[in-house]
Design a binder for this molecule. Structure first.
Ligand SMILES: Cc1ncc(COP(=O)(O)O)c(C=O)c1O
Length: 370
């Protein structure tokens, strides 16, 4: 089967307005304390794909439950991929998103790995614009708040056979998100999973597919039970190299300001925040190394003072300082250590760009409401 799929012309979207859209008062109550992933806007995008027609029938429809046949492939074989990005309200009221073409390209790479059809980059970006055109009032304006946008693609052919689905749907939903850290950015301890891997050689670690997250839930639970915010995975092959957290990439700051992050080995997700931090660090004249990092290097570096700061990064929390790594019988670092200086200044610079407070010198922002 050929998975031909990118359209050769832009998709046109039809709008069906919601009859159950929340009024301004209801929306303001939600936006005053949105939390994360709890509330959704009034509409969603749907684009259908079939093997014979390609992408077609693009629409913005009222947010609501999907109808899926119980035999839909996604429910049995997890043929599903997704993305996560944010819309930010700037001081003048305009709405922007950050490097959406990178999310579009990553969705295309995930699609290839999961034998799903690729959606054109322009159609992806247009799908975000279309949703914001009707639901823009759901983008909050309080500091560090945003509208979290979740594009995803599922195999919805009704057929119990293990082969790529010949019917697929792409959706975009959006959820207002409160500030990740309310009382100031707080360093976290993370849990080293010694028993479980997230990805193996030739597996789906570099794809953003639901199955990877399903595999991370049990070790993530172990992290919570041990008082840690996230789980750290080592590479599945040697069990020695740092891969990434359940939902974030990891960086180490070395004495003298060199920044080190695990290389894109094929088993970690190519984070867009990761890529942006590498660029910002290089702009400052810092040396950035993308290479293997062993747990032994982490342990010895923290003990000797060669590693001065550790942080995690991803769209949701931007940058989170890591104070300590815990595992059965060992704690590397000091759980009560404050956030590192470089960690916080990179975080400030990145959020200043995202919220339009400083010039966007790399052209990373895309306006969504115009
Ligand atoms: C496993 C994993 N690694 C890294 C990231 C960070 O990626 P990004 O910076 O694109 O949000 C995420 C979040 O999307 C993730 O789920």
């Amino acid at each position: 089967m050929t998975i031909a799929s990118t359209t050769t012309f832009p998709l046109r979207f039809e709008l069906t307005p919601s009859q159950a859209a929340r009024d301004e008062a209801e929306r303001e109550v939600i936006l005053s304390d949105p939390g994360f992933g709890k509330h959704f806007t009034d509409h969603m995008v749907e684009i259908d794909w079939t093997i014979s027609e390609g992408w077609h029938d693009a629409k913005v429809i009222p947010y609501g439950p999907l109808q899926l046949d119980p035999s839909a492939a996604v429910l049995h074989y997890a043929q599903e991929i997704f993305e996560g990005l944010k819309a930010y309200r700037h001081a003048d009221g305009s709405i922007w998103t950050f490097r959406p073409e990178k999310n579009a390209e990553r969705l295309q790479r995930s699609a290839r790995r999961l034998a799903l059809p690729e959606l054109a980059v322009d159609d992806f970006v247009e799908s975000l614009r279309q949703l914001v055109a009707v639901d823009g009032q759901w983008v909050p304006s309080a500091p560090e708040t945003s509208l979290y946008i979740r594009p995803f693609m599922i195999a919805n052919e009704s057929f119990l056979g293990v082969r790529p689905s010949q019917r697929v749907a792409y959706y975009v939903i959006a959820s207002p998100a409160g500030a990740y850290f309310t009382g100031g950015v707080a360093p976290v301890s993370i849990w080293l999973s010694t028993e479980y891997s997230r990805a193996g050689r030739g597996g789906t670690g570099a794809a953003k597919c639901g199955g990877n997250y399903a595999a991370s839930l049990l070790p993530q639970q172990e992290a919570y039970e041990n008082g840690c915010a996230q789980v750290l995975f080592l590479d599945g092959e040697t069990g020695e190299h740092v891969d990434e957290l359940g939902g974030m990439n990891v960086f180490f700051v070395h004495e003298g300001g060199t920044i080190v992050t695990p290389r894109l080995s094929g088993s970690i997700l190519e984070g867009i925040t990761r890529d942006s931090i590498i660029q910002l660090a290089k702009d400052r004249g810092l040396t950035v190394e993308e290479r293997d990092v062993t747990i032994a290097e982490w342990r010895e570096g923290v003990a000797s003072g060669a590693i001065t700061e550790v942080f995690a990064c991803g769209t949701a929390a931007v940058i989170t300082p890591i104070s300590a790594l815990k595992s059965p019988g060992e704690v590397i670092g000091d759980p009560s250590a404050p956030a590192g200086e470089l960690t916080m200044s990179l975080r400030q610079e990145l959020t200043d760009i995202q919220y339009g407070r400083i010039p966007d010198r790399h052209g990373w922002l895309t306006r969504l409401d115009a």
